[in-house]
Design a protein around this ligand. Structure first.
Ligand code: CDP
Length: 233
């Protein structure tokens, strides 16, 4: 009987892709099956955004914050089993990171050099011992360019919008709901793709996985088998 993944060099697996492509839920389940840790890098950008909103710092002052200023925000990240738990202002946060208000401001925060520099070290530290599944926008391109398995997840815009609405509790979204949400997502994708620093891009060496017509089990199994193939090689 061999341990799962025995023989692999503590791999790092990256999942990048646009909003609503299913990165975080997929990454979490892939990590669980492999016994790896899961890093939701979007959660870190969301935590900085929430801290600034809670501090009442006007948005037009965010760009003048230095890396030190970002680091001084009351955001704490700690290991909690296979997840990283995030605290803002001394309390654990989860749902609060995903409110429409945070979502409306996060892409701007993430375009600022100080926020990216502040989080780069933290993310690399999380990956130092390997056995990590990290999801975001620049995991395979910038944060972990030497990752062992890189995946780039895509799905049709309307399907991503529909999933987002279902996640948010709208069980049967109407066409109008889907059209409205598609607009919001497309705008964030544009912001993330057009920014100067760490823009959303498919790394050349990433596996492209279109999840539009895949169910959750299929997408998880596809990625797990890419990781398991490392051990076989
Ligand atoms: O879950 P969803 O795809 O909506 O977004 P997320 O992963 O929570 O990321 C929220 C935002 O953080 C993104 O729209 C990006 O602006 C930013 N982000 C980033 O710039 N780089 C990352 N590695 C992860 C997120």
């Amino acid at each position: 009987m061999t341990e799962p993944n025995e023989g692999m060099q503590a791999p790092v697996v990256t999942l990048d892709g646009p909003a609503g492509s299913g990165k975080s839920t997929t990454a979490k389940e892939v990590a669980r099956r492999l016994g790896f840790r899961h890093l939701d890098s979007g959660g870190l950008y969301r935590a900085l955004t929430l801290a600034l909103l809670e501090a009442g710092t006007p948005r037009d002052e965010w760009a003048s914050l230095t890396e030190e200023g970002m680091r001084a925000l009351p955001v704490r990240v700690s290991r909690d089993g296979t997840e990283f738990s995030i605290e803002v202002g001394g309390r654990p946060v989860q749902a609060e990171l995903r409110t429409p208000e945070v979502t409306a401001h996060v892409a701007f925060l993430a375009s600022l050099p100080a926020s990216r520099a502040c989080l780069l070290r933290l993310q690399r530290t999380a990956g130092e011992q390997g056995r990590l599944v990290a999801d975001g926008r620049d995991m395979g391109s910038v944060v972990f360019p030497d990752a062992d398995v890189k995946v780039y997840l895509v799905a049709d815009l309307s399907e991503r919008a529909r999933r987002r609405l279902v996640e948010g509790g709208v069980s049967e979204p109407s066409e109008d709901d889907v059209a409205r949400e598609s607009g919001v997502i497309a705008e964030r994708d544009r912001h993330d793709s057009e920014r100067e620093l760490s823009p959303l891009r498919k790394p050349a060496d990433a596996h492209l996985l279109d999840t539009t017509r895949l169910d959750f089990e299929e997408q998880v199994a596809t990625i797990v088998s890419l990781v398991e193939a490392l051990g076989a090689g």
